[in-house]
Unconditional design. Sequence first.
Length: 381
Amino acid sequence: MTRMNPLPAVLPAWLPENARLYLRHIEEGLSIRALAKAEGCHPSTVLRKLRACENRRDDPLIDEALTRLGVLHLDGCGIARPQDCLPPNSHHEGNSLMTAPLRQSSAAIADAATVDREARRILRRLCEVGAILVVAPEMDKAAVLKGTVRTAVVDRSVAQAFAVKDWIAMKSQGRVTTYEITGPGRTALKRLLAEEENRRVPGFAEAQAPFGDQHRIWGERPVMEPGAGTARRMRYNLAESPLDVLARRREKDGAPFLTPDLVAAGERLREDFELAQMGPRVAQNWDRFLTAGADRGGFATGGSDSGSAKARDRVALALRDLGPGLGDVVLRCCCFLEGLEAAEKRMGWSARSGKIVLRIALQRLKRHYDETYGGKAPLIG
């Protein structure tokens, strides 16, 4: 069987096989039967792959990426085509994103190493509750927003690669198009973080548990140790918090151990905590709010009108209201995402007592929000 020449090496290594077949069909003009013969499969299989890729061109990022890759493919094959013409069989002539500079540009294609490196940063942000990625025709870059706060910025070419690889999916389209992380995107993030961890710490114990790791997304954050004066790097699971675990548990009568309003109060505290880290005082020492902290009143409030400063003030006010003990457990479990067993051991509590204390703390935290904000969460920022 005569096989066709492979695609030119200038195409990025991250390009999925379906997209490669699509480019060979629309750019080189190869028939479906010729592609099927070369791939050793039935023509209907190739047809399904081509249709799936074509249907995804309603996504602006995918349409834009395939157009650039088409130009790059033709340049690599030495096939001439007018600079301002659209790919054959394309039905997106009216797409406002398809401008001549985009069709002519091939230098903006991200390489595989860049895509993987940026994926560890951007997809991790998109795993946060309420986080979306936004792009617009006039934007050279894509931004990750959580509420009204911009948490990350990435090159548009990298965002295009995310979309083509099905790591992000279009959520809404208009003057500004929004995207959210997909299941394959979460899986890819787990794999990339695991590979990075294995490179950094060869033989790490977590690498020996592949079945458990597929449900985890590991992250790190510095936690100040009371009395030590230094920060400890704590690993935590981005995909699940201790509140999620307890919310699934049931009492003997079938009632949930944590009601939805208590979970919402804990998530609200965590959201404010995350927002507080985005300001100029990123290295904020929160250990003063732990029981062993020497100063619970030295945290200045009202010093800035920025959203991160207001969030920091709201966290400080809530922890002061909870007081020692209750403030410890919500800070560790809701904000630091420390497991209950680890929190119990660190604070010297008896086994299985942490969940009871945490529920009492969340009840007090909910009352604090009800009394302070009238039962409504303050506006972000």
